[in-house]
Design a protein around this ligand. Structure first.
Ligand code: NAP
Length: 292
């Protein structure tokens, strides 16, 4: 498949915090765009710009050469892809799927295998970079599947991201995302403890952040979520409920490999406390509230 935007129909499923911006970039690049979302009104802005709103996954799949999805949980991925009304039953033979939800590596392999039986090439391509990365088309995209399918879809991935890396066979994208989430998890705890300490010591939090985010402690979280913590801004960003989902997948996957991950376990236990307090729809930076 040669990627000539005017000649290719892309179907985009999942128009939430991430998907709405990502689908907008696809539309801006000149592709014919078909969209589907559980809550239809989230498609409004895209439909005004020329996207076609489909009333079912089935109709979207039948109309599209390339299908991209970024829904919430693995169970949503199963609902969208498997079964009679799903993508794999209805996508065109010779078509491509780019599944970008943060989901279970084993499910990614299952979709790849089932896609192959139907002549559909499936890539698992979860992302990192948050709501800002999606808005600025600057996502990191970690991709698993067949290398030729990756090479063919690279121009499409490039519309949404800047750092796009082929990681290996099906499931390797999701495993890379789990490594990413393990790196972030304990870092979120460290950031909240550090900023709470600075505040208790009577320091100016903005001056502290300016200083330590440029030094050896610097991180994406400190630079992008630290300022939200200082402003008491708990808006997602990245939902706590999704971070818990990721940490559970990473923890189960680690256990299956016989690997102990005490840092991840600690972060997961603290975020579960947040969910018990009814804060699962807050952004992940709201963890600082546990320290107040
Ligand atoms: P979100 O705002 O909840 O978006 C998910 C969208 O998918 C929602 O609009 C939802 O519909 C739709 N959806 C869910 N199940 C569906 C189904 N069966 N059929 C059709 N539409 C369905 O979440 P998000 O923040 O964009 O995150 C999406 C995924 O990306 C998650 O797996 C998350 O872990 C991952 N991620 C997020 C970030 C971030 O910073 N936000 C960063 C990296 C990765 P409704 O509107 O009806 O709920």
């Amino acid at each position: 498949m040669e990627i000539i935007p005017e000649k290719i129909a892309i179907g985009f499923i999942g128009l939430g915090v991430m998907g709405h911006s990502m689908a907008g970039h696809i539309l801006d690049a000149g592709f014919k765009l078909h969209v589907y979302n559980r809550t239809k009104s989230k498609a409004d802005g895209l439909v005004e710009k020329g996207a076609v709103l489909e009333d079912s996954v089935k109709n979207l799949a039948r109309a599209s050469d390339v299908i991209i999805s970024i829904v919430g949980f693995p169970k949503d991925v199963e609902q969208v892809y498997l079964g009679q009304g799903g993508v794999l039953e209805n996508a065109k033979e010779g078509g491509f799927v780019i599944e970008m939800t943060t989901s279970d590596p084993a499910l990614a392999v299952d979709l790849y295998d089932k896609g192959k039986e139907k002549g559909i090439q499936v890539l698992d391509a979860p992302v990192s970079g948050g709501d800002l990365g999606a808005r600025n088309a600057a996502l990191t995209i970690m991709v698993g599947g067949d290398r030729p399918a990756f090479d063919t879809m690279f121009p499409v991935l490039e519309i949404m991201g800047k750092n796009i890396v082929y990681q290996g066979k099906a499931g390797a994208g999701q495993h890379t995302k789990m490594a990413n989430q393990i790196a972030i998890a304990a870092g979120m705890v460290a950031m909240c403890e550090s900023l709470t300490y600075a505040s208790r010591a009577g320091l100016d939090p903005e001056a502290v952040l300016d200083c330590i985010s440029q030094g050896a402690a610097g991180s994406w979280s400190l630079s992008n979520l630290g300022p939200r913590i200082i402003k008491n801004d708990d808006q997602p960003g990245f939902f706590i409920k999704h971070f818990i989902k990721d940490m559970v997948i990473a923890s189960d996957s680690s256990k299956a490999m016989g690997l102990d991950v005490p840092g991840l376990d600690l972060a997961l236990s603290l975020y579960k406390k947040m969910a018990e307090k009814g804060l699962e729809n807050n952004g992940t930076q709201a963890l600082y509230k546990l320290y107040q």
